[in-house]
Ligand binder design. Structure first.
Ligand SMILES: [Zn+2]
Length: 232
């Protein structure tokens, strides 16, 4: 007997997450590589099902360990129920959402690149936004364990730079590109402090912040202060 798995494109994943409501409190995102299977072993759903077999039959877990698996073709596969903590990092699973990236990303082995890199970064960004998390809430397995996971070929700084730089790309419409440096750095700061979002940007913040945007930012500052979270 096997279990079926569903795959999402980046756009489908975003739509799915946007409509999702889960009761568990999410505090961090875990990043892992599978090590084995390697990228070259990937055979679509059968590869996810074989991990499920291994986790449930051999290891005796209640389900596959990870919530999502990102495959070399850039698909995001579903997995363990999001209402359950993952089986990812011994002693550090509470509140986690766990990603496995198919591949062996140790130095000299395989490379995280192309569609797979696009998919993991996009998925991470969608979840950070959804659960009001920051880059500080991204956890590599090896930070809590003597393993190399998600691979010695991936540095944390490089990964965080990808998350950050793609955020800037979202802002890269003409009005941002053409804005003087002082406006860009003000916009970047507002974005970093989560006082504006890419959604706001899509609603046309244009080359300067119009009155409605200033009002929105002020309201969010007051809301943050009310909640005891000073934005400064
Ligand atoms: Zn791991």
């Amino acid at each position: 007997m096997t279990r079926r798995f569903k795959s999402y494109s980046i756009a489908e994943f975003q739509a799915f997450i946007n409509t999702l409501s889960i009761r568990r409190k999410i505090t961090h995102l875990q990043i892992h590589h599978t090590w084995k299977p390697r990228k070259t072993d990937y055979r679509g759903e059968a590869t996810i099902a074989s991990m499920w077999q291994y986790h449930t039959n051999t290891r005796g877990w209640r389900d596959i360990g990870q919530h999502f698996t990102v495959s070399p073709d850039g698909l995001i596969w579903d997995g363990r129920s999001l209402e359950l903590d993952p089986a990812g990092i011994s002693g550090h699973n509470k509140g986690g959402i766990m990603f496995e990236m198919i591949g062996n990303f140790d130095q000299g082995e395989e490379t995280l690149e192309g569609k797979q890199l696009d998919a993991i970064i996009a998925a991470v960004r969608v979840l950070l936004q959804k659960f009001n998390l920051t880059e500080k809430d991204i956890v590599f397995h090896r930070e809590y364990s003597p393993k190399s996971c998600p691979g010695t070929g991936i540095t944390k700084q490089w990964f965080l730079n990808e998350v950050q730089s793609r955020k800037i790309q979202e802002l890269s419409d003409q009005s941002y590109v053409n804005a003087p440096q002082w406006k860009k750095s003000a916009i970047d700061w507002l974005y970093k402090e989560r006082l504006i979002s890419s959604e706001d940007w899509k609603k046309q913040i244009e080359s300067s912040l119009p009155l409605w945007a200033e009002a929105l930012v002020l309201r969010r500052i007051f809301e943050k202060i009310k909640l005891g979270r000073t934005p400064f």
